[in-house]
Design a binder for this molecule. Structure first.
Ligand SMILES: Cc1cc2nc3c(=O)[nH]c(=O)nc-3n(C[C@H](O)[C@H](O)[C@H](O)COP(=O)(O)OP(=O)(O)OC[C@H]3O[C@@H](n4cnc5c(N)ncnc54)[C@H](O)[C@@H]3O)c2cc1C
Length: 417
């Protein structure tokens, strides 16, 4: 009889893990507290696959920039001030992770993961997991000389790591995407980056996983674990227990709280972000882009255009801060002057909670305390990009195969005191 694997969390990480486990002959059940039509963070995001984002979030200079942004209610970054030991510890770990050696090691790992995942998306598309994958690259659009200089330095590091990147002037940028009027100082083009339609991805992946025999259990909130002598026997849910031989924890931003009763320490803060999708934009780019100084992602999705942004750390709720939405809308015409804030009248913002680890790296692997648990979470702003390779490595770990990529830096136990 095949081993039973219970995957908790029906996001991109859970579904990618389910696919890899099914392909290795496991008997897979995916369980989620939500009904199937309720969207998690994996749906309304910007759908970018980003080898360009090889640098972990925790980097020198990020803290001082973050503090400057804190004073501006329309800025793309905010930490809700509150007395929370978890938040303070998270902040201290973030600070410790900004040292140059750790950033360099993390960059190497992220590069390998992003590039491997990109290859897998191309294969998935060929196998019929249709997500409208567009392998046309990504433009980092800068509207200041300072921004362009910083991006050009990052492009140098990308080249050193083997990620193709070219610094372009406004004319060269316009030649790449003539459909769109831009007001910029220049850009960096990353040809290996891609974009896709995240909702379509999630639907296709769910169909694929279902067709390979996975069972889906919706509307069951995991409340706790039945664990004995370092082995989990079952999860306790709002209606009944679910037994399995192996468990995969892929519950995004909720994974930290869920794993605490098992003695794990996987610090995580919610990074709230918004997206707004124009069904009939005045102009439709071919290539996805990031408005660098404003930290807004722009993604063509079919004939629609999505704008995503904001990182509000520490808020585990889906309330919308209208000032941050205003910040996003005001920034767009500074790069794309044909767009106006009034284009967005009547457009409902979508909210998502990114699972953000303090060092900007995911948690992937087993933990020393529990024999039959694999953790896969903490992908912050890169869960879509890193989904396929994370799932593949979960499959490898479940099957006892070596992971092709060294996961020491992504160890689940790295913050155990
Ligand atoms: C505005 C925005 C733009 C983004 N753009 C990009 C992008 O361009 N590229 C990219 O790579 N990433 C992007 N991201 C990040 C990406 O969306 C996330 O990293 C990713 O969706 C996380 O996936 P996940 O599977 O870990 O978690 P989720 O998608 O959040 O799924 C977790 C699931 O676990 C379930 N769950 C939680 N607790 C329980 C419980 N107790 N019992 C049962 N089920 C439970 C939840 O219901 C949920 O369905 C963006 C995010 C935002 C907010």
């Amino acid at each position: 009889m095949s081993k039973r694997v219970l995957i908790i969390g029906n996001g991109i990480i859970g579904l990618s893990s389910a696919l890899a486990a099914l392909r290795r002959g496991f008997d897979v059940t995916v369980l989620d507290r939500n009904a199937p039509h309720i969207e998690n963070c994996s749906f309304g995001n910007s759908g970018m696959i980003v080898p360009s984002h090889f640098a972990p979030l925790a980097q020198p200079g990020v803290i001082s920039q973050g503090l400057r942004w804190m004073r501006d209610p329309e800025s793309p970054f905010y930490v809700k001030p509150r007395l929370s030991l978890d938040l303070m510890k998270w902040g201290a770990r973030f600070y410790m992770a900004t040292n140059a050696d750790q950033v360099a090691a993390g960059s190497q790992l992220l590069k390998e993961l992003h590039l491997a995942s990109r290859e897998m998306y191309c294969k998935w598309q060929e196998e019929g997991i249709d997500c409208s994958l567009a392998t046309r690259g990504l433009l980092m659009l800068c509207n200041s000389q300072h921004g362009l200089q910083e991006e050009a330095q990052l492009a140098q590091k990308a080249l050193q790591l083997g990620i193709p990147a070219s610094v372009l002037d406004p004319q060269e940028t316009a030649a790449l995407d003539p459909n769109i009027t831009m007001s910029i100082a220049g850009s960096v083009y990353y040809p290996k980056d891609c974009h896709l339609n995240p909702t379509q991805l999630m639907q296709s992946l769910r169909d694929k996983v279902g067709s390979l025999g996975a069972k889906f259990v919706y509307g069951k909130h995991v409340l706790g674990w039945h664990e004995q002598s370092g082995s989990i026997r079952a999860v306790r849910t709002t209606s009944g227990d679910y037994q399995a031989d192996e468990f995969v924890l892929s519950t995004g931003v909720w994974s930290d709280a869920m794993s605490k009763p098992l003695g794990l320490k996987i610090p995580m803060q919610p990074g709230k972000g918004y997206s707004l999708t124009l069904p009939e934009p005045v102009q439709l780019p071919k290539i996805c882009s990031i408005l660098v100084e404003a930290k807004v992602a722009v993604t063509p999705i079919g004939s629609a255009l999505r704008f995503g942004g904001t990182m509000q750390l520490g808020e585990l709720n889906e309330s919308i801060d209208p000032r941050r939405i205003t910040g996003i809308l005001k920034s767009i015409p500074k790069y794309m002057p044909k767009f106006e804030p009034s284009d967005f009248e009547g457009i409902e913002p979508w909210v998502g909670l990114r699972p953000v680890s303090p060092d900007g790296l995911p948690y992937i692997g087993r933990t020393s305390g529990i024999r039959n648990l694999v953790v896969a979470t903490g992908h912050a702003m890169m869960g879509v990009s890193l989904g396929p390779i994370t799932g593949e490595m979960v499959g490898q770990i479940l099957a006892g195969e070596p992971t092709g990529i060294d996961l020491q830096l992504a160890s689940v136990d790295r913050f155990r005191d």
